[in-house]
Design a protein around this ligand. Structure first.
Ligand SMILES: Cc1cc2nc3c(=O)[nH]c(=O)nc-3n(C[C@H](O)[C@H](O)[C@H](O)COP(=O)(O)OP(=O)(O)OC[C@H]3O[C@@H](n4cnc5c(N)ncnc54)[C@H](O)[C@@H]3O)c2cc1C
Ligand SMILES: NC(=O)c1ccc[n+]([C@@H]2O[C@H](COP(=O)([O-])OP(=O)(O)OC[C@H]3O[C@@H](n4cnc5c(N)ncnc54)[C@H](O)[C@@H]3O)[C@@H](O)[C@H]2O)c1
Length: 500
């Protein structure tokens, strides 16, 4: 039987990162994947959907410009869109396969083995791999589970991935659907609503069971994103409960009910279900070896370690935040715990995230509503993009920066929300500040390039220190600085208070 220092089950971004960190330590590593290396980090997930978003964004930008000049809108065929997405996936696939092939070079000190097939536990140290050609059992000193997740289905609805689809099927449709209903107004739902609205060939309906989309984020973000979706023709059904959805004559008919007891029935060409994801734990034989699950069916971990000390779980399968960067960092942390003997727990205070919407939204740390829920006294400072020279030059002045700090002398940064052009790059500096536990003065004194979007962040920080260039008592609709303490909002410029 082949023996390894580390076996990793699942070759998505988490498993891949774990394997690479394992060979850094000079260990014998076996990575097992049943389908495609890269997982949802590449296919029907992060890379493919972001390529789609980029194409759609470009189409919308071109159209915004040419339609203003009275010219006909630019059109791109679905075939061309898919070709671009396929090119992106292929490029990544080739990088991974070349990388893995060279790392498995048997003429040098081979540390990595890649096995194809479905893995399951035979015992706490033995893993069976089943593939078309047969099966084998290997032995591992340590094992990392990185089996990821898949789209959540709704009971009683048949997902055929042709008429009623999930994110696994939507990129494989044959042409633009004339109309599309999206169930679930979370990240995936809002990203695909943005993509199809921007491509301009599909009438999009978005079912939001709450009163506003992206319920986990502050209202200012939900309102701006919803406004932009609606301006591109998206119908958002707020406070709507999906009562029925079925395929009728090759189309999708759905029925909604509202709190005022009214009902509505609509027919569309296709439906996309984006109501969260579930962990891939089935068939691993976890019960037999004592690895436990949480109430939500995720693998139960303490700082990436399961109840069985030599078995770890990372990425989507163990919950936390379902992101590529989170899976990778958890994987690296697990390997460092195993072979590097590190003692610290994983700190995720500075995880930066982007939501690919219109405009793009970047996040780090806590938002206002989370601070209020936890009753943390805070100061909030906001600047509208229309006051930032670079945004003016780009003629893209929609958006804002919002920084949240502790309501004390120290004004430690708790979080930031960036909503607008370059948001995804702007977030990084503040993420670093949180990680380094540095005071806001560092940003206030740093000489920023000009004109740059990040000057807006500097202006926010300077506002908190009472030394901004633009004064909030003049630009009252574009600058805001307030505290939120025990349910009372106080405008720090005027002293005016209101109860929230
Ligand atoms: C539409 C969409 C868009 C997204 N966009 C972003 C984004 O913009 N940014 C971001 O950070 N994240 C994004 N995500 C989330 C991100 O893709 C996931 O968080 C990430 O892929 C999780 O990585 P993972 O390795 O834990 O799991 P996965 O990527 O799911 O990989 C798990 C792998 O394990 C394999 N596997 C499962 N069971 C077994 C078994 N028994 N034996 C062998 N192999 C097995 C699977 O085949 C799979 O390849 C997106 C997700 C989706 C669906
Ligand atoms: N840009 C990114 O970083 C990115 C992009 C896509 C996905 N992801 C990851 O993928 C994960 C899954 O995304 P998601 O959007 O599927 O999940 P989500 O949890 O973000 O959103 C699901 C939404 O569906 C709603 N919902 C649930 N059941 C419903 C029902 N029966 N009817 C109507 N609405 C219902 C929920 O209220 C919620 O708003 C995310 O948590 C995220 O971590 C990240």
């Amino acid at each position: 039987m082949d023996t390894f220092d580390l076996i990793i089950i699942g070759g998505g971004p988490s498993g891949y990162a774990a394997a690479m960190r394992g060979i850094d330590y000079g260990k014998r590593v076996c990575l097992i994947e049943r389908d495609k290396i890269g997982g949802a980090g590449v296919y029907d997930g992060a890379l493919s959907s972001k390529t789609l978003w980029e194409v759609a964004n470009r189409v919308a930008s071109i159209n915004d410009a040419i339609v203003q000049e009275g010219r006909d809108p630019y059109e791109i065929s679905w075939e061309s869109v898919q070709k671009t997405v396929n090119e992106a996936k292929l490029e990544r696939k080739l990088q991974y396969s070349m990388h893995l092939k060279l790392l498995q070079d048997t003429t040098t000190n081979q540390l990595l083995w890649v096995e194809r097939g479905q893995a399951s536990f035979v015992s706490a140290h033995e893993v069976k791999i089943v593939h078309e050609g047969g099966e084998k059992i290997i032995w591992g000193e340590h094992i990392i589970l990185a089996t990821g997740s898949r789209p959540r289905h709704l009971p009683h609805y048949e997902i055929d991935e042709r008429s009623i689809l999930t994110s696994d099927g939507i990129e494989h449709i044959e042409d633009y659907p004339e109309s599309l209903v999206i169930v679930g107004a979370g990240v995936i739902g809002c990203e695909y609503a943005t993509i199809f609205a921007n491509l301009g060939k599909t009438k999009v309906y978005l079912i939001d069971r709450q009163s506003r989309i992206l319920p986990g984020e502050d209202e200012d973000i939900s309102v701006l994103v919803a406004k932009n979706l609606e301006s591109r023709g998206v119908t958002i059904h707020h406070n709507a409960t999906l009562e029925r959805m079925e395929v009728v004559d090759g189309e999708v008919e759905y029925e909604l009910s509202y709190p005022d007891t009214t009902r509505q029935t609509i027919r569309v060409k296709k439906a996309l279900l984006s109501i969260g994801r579930v962990p891939n734990v089935e068939g691993l034989n976890l019960e037999a070896i004592g690895v436990t699950l949480t109430d939500r069916g995720l693998i139960e971990v303490d700082d990436t370690q399961t109840k069985i000390p030599h078995i770890y779980a990372v990425g989507d399968v163990s919950g936390g935040i379902s992101l590529v960067n989170m899976g990778e960092i958890e994987a690296r942390h697990a390997v460092e715990k195993i072979f590097g003997n590190i003692q610290n727990r994983l700190n995720i205070d500075n995880v930066c995230t982007i939501m690919f919407l219109q405009p793009e939204v970047a996040l780090v740390g806590m938002n206002e509503q989370q601070c209020v829920e936890k009753n943390i006294p805070i100061k909030v400072v906001k600047i509208d993009f229309s006051l930032i020279a670079r945004a003016i030059a780009m003629r893209k002045t929609q958006g804002f920066f919002k920084i949240i700090v502790t309501n004390d002398e120290e004004m430690r940064i708790l979080g930031m929300r960036a909503c607008g052009e370059h948001a995804s790059t702007a977030i990084q500096g503040v993420g670093l500040l949180i990680k380094m536990n540095q005071p806001i003065e560092v940003l206030s004194e740093l000489i920023h390039p000009h004109p740059s979007i990040v000057e807006g962040i500097q202006e926010c920080v300077r506002m908190l220190l009472n030394k901004s260039i633009f004064k909030s008592n003049v630009f009252r609709d574009k600058l805001a600085c307030y505290s939120l303490v025990d349910g009372v909002k106080t405008n720090l410029e005027t002293g005016i208070q209101c109860v929230i």
